[in-house]
Design a protein around this ligand. Structure first.
Ligand code: ADP
Ligand code: GN1
Ligand code: MG
Length: 361
């Protein structure tokens, strides 16, 4: 991450009372540059999230911020009166001029959120309870946004979960092999090519379009430090029209394996049935009344597909020279691809009992 930003100056652009103390990189997201800024307000230290939007990934930040303002305002309305409401949805802090974001001299877009205290997000799942809570949070998130007034939200990244188009991009990167890396990824490329036929199955199922989160990895939900209950869904940049199953699928991808996404010991990577059961029960506890039978039937498949999809995105980025996801070591994207494909395999081995379980809930 470029740390040469004038963080004190940037933080002061936003409507924050008190004296700036410090700001430091925060979290482990792959896309934006996130900082935690601390201010002293009459002796009390308060924290804020200051974030640079990655405009190489999100090509139209004003449209993204318009989505974000509509979504956070709607959540605020829907949650009015709920207990502990200020921690239950993201709150944008405006700039001193009243805008939702600040554009710096270099053309970067910055925004600021109130820090959600006494809660945290996890990079890897630790217990079925956490899986249940995370899935419940995302089901509830979809439910709360099901009556978002028109117009349709902007597509902040067009075709974000269009798996066949993702596959076409992999084929292109493979044909170009601009960094001569294909040789070192032979087994992964073969795995990807073998699985091509499944890429269109979810789109072919003609499922209803909804407002969905689209990036429901486990570290995009915050759980309460004391009770372990779900508190807030975060990282709303990809909230846009999508399929409910993109969200459930990404939960299966990130919350059923005990290993980190970039684990090199593939023996650690596996689909743990009790975690899947907790996810299915948690998600259905908030989403079952709006899901159609066809959506329910594809729950397990969505886990396999989204895991495969993110796997081919990591592989594509590896072949194309690591320009999209932040990398911290050589071969990082290939390591990530390997964990995804291992997980796909593990899901395939357990698909039948997984489907039986969903039918029984
Ligand atoms: P990215 O798109 O790069 O993943 P996120 O919006 O997910 O960025 O933020 C990165 C991390 O910062 C999150 O995983 C979470 O730990 C932390 N974070 C983000 N927003 C907040 C918030 N409002 N309060 C507390 N922590 C937050
Ligand atoms: C990115 O922003 P973050 O780290 O929550 C990516 C997701 C991937 C994920 C893989 C906008 O999510 O699509 O599934 O990495 N976000 C974007 O870990 O591309
Ligand atoms: Mg994130």
């Amino acid at each position: 991450m470029n740390n040469n930003y004038d963080l004190p100056g940037l933080a002061r652009r936003f409507l924050i009372q008190g004296d700036f103390l410090d700001a430091a990189p925060y979290g482990s997201g792959h896309i934006n540059d996130t900082f935690c800024a601390r201010f002293s307000q009459g002796g009390t230290v308060l924290r804020y999230i200051l974030q640079r939007i990655n405009h190489n990934v999100f090509r139209n930040p004003p449209a993204l911020m318009e989505n974000l303002q509509r979504v956070t305002a709607h959540l605020q309305d829907k949650l009015a009166g709920a207990s502990d409401v200020s921690r239950r949805r993201l709150t944008l802090l405006p700039t001193r001029q009243g805008a939702a974001w600040h554009r710096d001299e270099a053309g970067n877009y910055w925004r600021c959120y109130i820090f959600i205290e006494k809660a945290r997000s996890f990079d890897a799942i630790k217990s079925p309870r956490q899986a249940f809570e995370a899935a419940k949070a995302f089901g509830r998130f979809q439910q709360l946004l099901s009556d978002l007034p028109a117009p349709r939200l902007h597509d902040t990244i067009p075709d974000f979960h269009h798996t066949p188009k993702r596959f076409a991009r992999l084929e292109q990167a493979l044909a170009e092999d601009a960094f001569n890396r294909a040789l070192s990824a032979r087994p992964e490329i073969e795995f990807a090519l073998r699985h091509k036929p499944m890429t269109s199955l979810l789109l072919d199922a003609r499922l209803p379009e909804r407002v969905t989160h689209n990036d429901t990895k486990i570290n995009n939900v915050m759980l309460d430090d004391e009770t372990g209950e779900q508190v807030c869904v975060i990282d709303l940049d990809t909230v846009m029209p999508g399929l409910a199953l993109y969200d459930f699928g990404d939960l299966v991808r990130t919350a059923t394996s005990p290993a980190m996404e970039d684990e090199r010991d593939l023996d650690q990577v596996r689909m743990q049935f009790p975690m899947f059961e907790a996810l299915a029960r948690g998600y259905l506890s908030t989403a079952s009344h709006f899901l159609t039978p066809a959506e329910r039937r594809h729950l397990v498949f969505s886990g396999k597909l989204i895991t495969f999809e993110i796997g081919i995105r990591f592989l594509t980025d590896f072949l194309a020279g690591d320009t999209y996801f932040k990398v911290h070591r050589q071969g990082h994207n290939l390591d990530r691809c390997r964990t995804q494909f291992k997980l796909v395999q593990s899901i395939e081995e357990q698909e039948e009992p997984m489907n039986k379980l969903v039918e029984a809930i």
